[in-house]
Design a protein around this ligand. Structure first.
Ligand SMILES: Cc1cc2nc3c(=O)[nH]c(=O)nc-3n(C[C@H](O)[C@H](O)[C@H](O)COP(=O)(O)OP(=O)(O)OC[C@H]3O[C@@H](n4cnc5c(N)ncnc54)[C@H](O)[C@@H]3O)c2cc1C
Length: 471
């Protein structure tokens, strides 16, 4: 196997703790019922709920789905305040029971699947916007708040979240920081882990006497995108941005090369764009377009969320690049599915609703994006359908690619991954379950140190932080 090849996982890690016994769970439950009479607990008598609250959207990966079979919580706790979170953390630490946090359960890699059973802590009841500093635009919000709800709460103050996943209506802000990475707004604000996108965290440790910590921006970094393996996030302090009624713009292109060149060009103009999304013709044809937007009939489509001021130049400029303006509508007056729910992994979702046997990859394309894509298209022909998104990466405008791929077995997927890497693309692998393997591939010592400090018994989301197992 070449050094660029990737072996996809065929099993769960060795050394996972055994799920706790029924007797241990019963003791833990009795303790919690005695101490926290208001805390909702779902046990074996609610087995359908235990299954449901132990899953996320891992079905997008035919590699991961079989690995998670039979992995589920033995007890779900649904706190509505921080005191209850502390009580659950203390009980789990005393009884040595694994605890896995859950927000909206929309992650793609089984991030909130409890591989070693135990307790799932469903944080959706912690959802208050505690504070909005109207001068600085900084908010403190509880972890379980849904981002769509938060957007509605911030709008009257003229503020908006900088970054949101396309799942903003069903995903929590805590789950986004702990499990997400990029999304709507990444064209302007980069990725979640870029310094400045997270200002602080309130965290409960997993110890017999849990601590409630208020971490500043620097100390919060190791918990950002750590899958809840090194602390229970109860609240977050985040910067916001000005609320803008983005104009949704759809432009058609007959030639893929022209469409790609336009997607690269728009990012260099002196206009504000919140999102740049390019769909190859077959993908465009499968999308459920917003009301009033014509259905795709064989053209490639460039989807933009543009500042209203940009509309004075965008249509004419895009026509010069070979595009045809097909539709425009401010987001606020749009009916049906908004354009922002056709991007990121919502493109995959809509495609898979008609083609459930398909899967996908996530790649940061090298800066010579055109050359990489031309070669990939030459090697793989029409077997793959292309979907690109614009992001800012370390100050430069770049394109990431979420290609849609028919599932033809592990070896073929591994071959494609190897080809992408050989051509200079960086893989964020959606077919693995550890923090490291889905990211840069290397252990982040700060994440492991934070786990040692805040979860010394290794009970939080076991099996997901490779650096902890290998230490
Ligand atoms: C159709 C689709 C589109 C998507 N689009 C995007 C996208 O644009 N960008 C993107 O980044 N992701 C995307 N995702 C993945 C996912 O939706 C997001 O990352 C989302 O923000 C996760 O939030 P959640 O509340 O559902 O988290 P969950 O799935 O519940 O949890 C995610 C991880 O965070 C941990 N966690 C949750 N809450 C806490 C907490 N309070 N403290 C500590 N750990 C916690 C969990 O244990 C788990 O490891 C998409 C997924 C789908 C299915």
């Amino acid at each position: 196997m070449s050094s660029l090849a990737v072996a996809l996982p065929s099993g769960l890690p060795n050394g996972l703790p055994q799920p706790p016994s029924d007797a241990t769970l019963a003791t833990l439950r009795r303790e919690l019922e005695r101490e926290q009479t208001e805390l909702e607990l779902l046990g074996l008598e609610r087995s359908a709920d235990l299954q449901r609250l132990s899953r996320d959207c891992f079905a997008y990966s035919p590699v991961l789905a079989p690995l998670f079979e039979g992995r589920h919580a033995q007890l779900v706790a649904r706190p509505t305040n921080v005191e209850q979170v502390i009580a659950v953390a203390a009980a789990c630490a005393r009884q040595q029971v694994p605890l896995t946090c859950r927000g909206g359960g929309t992650g793609n890699y089984g991030q909130c699947v409890p591989l070693a059973g135990g307790v799932v802590l469903d944080l959706s009841g912690l959802k208050r916007l505690r504070q909005l500093d109207r001068t600085a635009g900084v908010i403190t919000v509880e972890a379980g708040a849904l981002m769509g709800d938060l957007e509605r709460q911030l709008a009257p103050a003229g503020r908006a979240l900088r970054l949101m996943p396309s799942t903003l209506r069903s995903a929590s802000i805590g789950g986004f920081i702990a499990g997400g990475s990029v999304g709507i707004g990444s064209q302007r604000w980069g990725i979640l882990r870029d310094p400045g996108n997270l200002l602080g965290l309130e965290v409960v440790t997993l110890e017999a006497t849990p601590r409630l910590l208020n971490l500043d921006a620097a100390s919060s970094e190791p918990l950002n995108h750590a899958y809840g393996t090194n602390g229970i996030i109860t609240a977050l302090t985040l910067p916001t941005t000005e609320a803008i009624d983005w104009v949704q713009v759809v432009v058609g292109f007959d030639a893929w090369e022209q469409a790609l060149s336009a997607a690269q060009s728009v990012s260099r103009w002196a206009i504000e764009l919140n999102s740049v999304n390019l769909l190859e013709a077959p993908v465009a044809a499968a999308m459920p377009w917003p009301a009033g937007c014509p259905k795709a009939t064989g053209e490639h489509r460039l989807l933009l969320l543009a500042h209203p001021a940009a509309m004075a130049v965008l249509p004419a400029r895009l026509m010069q690049l070979g595009g045809t303006l097909l539709w425009q509508e401010p987001q606020s007056s749009s009916k049906g599915i908004p354009l922002r729910e056709l991007g990121w992994n919502h493109t995959t979702l809509h495609w898979r609703s008609a083609n459930p046997e398909w899967t996908y990859l996530q790649l940061l394309l090298p800066q010579n994006e055109g050359a990489c894509l031309v070669e990939l298209r030459r090697r793989w022909g029409s077997a793959i359908h292309w979907h690109l998104e614009g992001i800012k990466q370390q100050g430069s405008q770049r394109l990431v690619c979420l290609p849609l791929i028919p599932w033809q077995g592990r070896e073929r997927l591994e071959q494609l991954i190897s080809d992408c890497r050989e051509l200079g693309a960086f893989l964020f692998n959606p077919h693995v379950f550890t923090v490291e393997d889905g990211g840069l591939g290397v252990v982040d010592a700060d994440q492991v140190r934070a786990k040692a400090a805040y979860d010394p018994g290794g009970l939080l989301n076991p099996g997901k932080l490779r650096g902890w197992q290998e230490r």
